[in-house]
Design a protein around this ligand. Structure first.
Ligand code: PLP
Length: 372
């Protein structure tokens, strides 16, 4: 059987990882400024994470959500404390899209409305509702077109106000920092005004922190720069350092109803053990502080280079060029042995593990300069 060919692949077979470095099957080492698409939070093969996952799978990898799972409770308590959302509840599923799907549903169950406001250049996943609130028409199949969505410009509070005034909007969904849209950081005042408007109109504010959360921005959540509290926060990617897992942090204003949400695999024992280890490592090794410090250094150094615009917070950085970046990125990978991400044709995305050291960052700058 062949693989369904939907990914344009680099001819590289990555077989090993350690910290912020990966190796291919020929033994070639690469500096990882991509983190497997913002997924590797605490670094590849962190010993504490490996131990937690290995011991758990030897004990019990999975049992169903029909029995008590104390690991879920331990994870919820730790996540509440680490993120500052102690009073919220946690619902666990398996992927980012699934998290947003559940968030949109929960919002609609809550206020019994149907329309959603989303933002231009947004990306929220590939399942039906998640892809419908994504502003990339080629990802939306006819079967996904049912949900009523209005896209407005990021930071345009008047446009949001005009939509919410109509009284039929169930939720507004927004990324903490737009990722695939090219690392677009929403304005802090806009976020505060958005929070106020949602409260006034009983519209649910959903913060998609799937890429920007879990310490990547230099705070636990990117929206915390604006000092606001959303009604639902979605998390995935970094939550379990590569093991598929996602979650919803749900405000106390929602009352749970048996059967309204559910999943077979979500919150399984193996994932919870890994996710607990991730939070422990983030705290013990001060990885959020590290993301803030190393990110600040990278941003300052990159701003000195001939790049049209450098955007971002912490270790979520976009480098927009006047010209397509294909050549620079290819040189980076094949000549300088550095993995990076992209957003559109003109923007390079840096999404390294949160343990990126100052030496790694300096090395990256050196190799990057060699490609300009
Ligand atoms: C902001 C954001 N939301 C949702 C998703 C979808 O996550 P998944 O691919 O795990 O479904 C992504 C993935 O890139 C993302 O960046």
């Amino acid at each position: 059987m062949n693989l369904f060919d939907v990914y344009p692949l680099f001819d590289i077979n990555i077989v090993k990882g350690k910290g912020c470095h990966v190796w291919d099957d020929k033994g070639q080492e690469y500096l990882d400024l991509y983190g497997g698409h913002a997924v590797i939070s605490v670094g590849h093969a962190h010993p504490k994470y490996v131990k937690a996952i290995s011991e758990q799978v030897a004990q019990l990898g999975f049992y169903s959500n029909s029995v008590i799972n104390t690991l879920q409770r331990e994870l919820a308590a730790k996540l509440g404390k680490a993120s500052g959302y102690d009073d919220y509840s946690l619902f666990l599923i398996n992927s980012g899209a699934e998290a947003n799907e559940n968030a949109l549903k929960l919002a609609s169950f809550y206020n019994n409305r149907r329309r959603v406001v989303s933002f231009k250049k947004s990306f929220h996943g590939r399942t039906s509702a998640a892809v419908r609130v994504t502003d990339i028409p080629k990802y939306v199949a006819p079967v996904n077109e049912g949900l009523d969505v209005t896209f407005v410009e990021l930071n345009d509070i008047n446009a949001v106000r005009a939509e919410l005034a109509k009284g039929d909007v169930s939720s507004v969904i927004i990324e903490g920092i737009q990722g695939i849209g090219g690392i677009q950081v929403p304005n802090d005042q806009f976020m505060r005004d958005l929070r106020a408007l949602c409260t006034e109109t009983n519209t649910v504010l959903i913060l998609d922190e799937i890429q920007s959360g879990y310490g990547r921005s230099g705070k636990f959540f990117a929206h915390q720069y604006a000092g606001i509290k959303p009604d639902i926060i979605t998390v995935a990617k970094g939550i379990c350092n590569g093991f598929p897992m996602s979650g919803l942090l749900i405000s106390p204003m929602f009352t749970p109803v048996y059967g309204q949400l559910g999943t077979t695999f979500g919150g399984n024992h193996l994932g919870c053990a890994g996710a607990i280890a991730v939070l422990d490592i983030i705290e013990e090794e001060k990885m959020i502080e590290n993301a803030a410090k190393v990110g600040e250094f990278l941003l300052a150094e990159l701003k000195k280079l001939p790049i049209k615009e450098v955007r971002g917070r912490g270790l979520m950085i976009g480098l927009e060029f006047e010209q397509p970046i294909k050549e620079i990125r290819t040189k980076l990978l094949f000549e300088q042995k550095v993995f990076t991400g992209v957003a559109g044709t003109n923007t390079i995305r840096l999404l390294p593990p949160l343990c990126l050291t100052m030496d790694d960052a300096k090395e990256f700058i050196k190799r990057f300069k060699a490609c300009l």
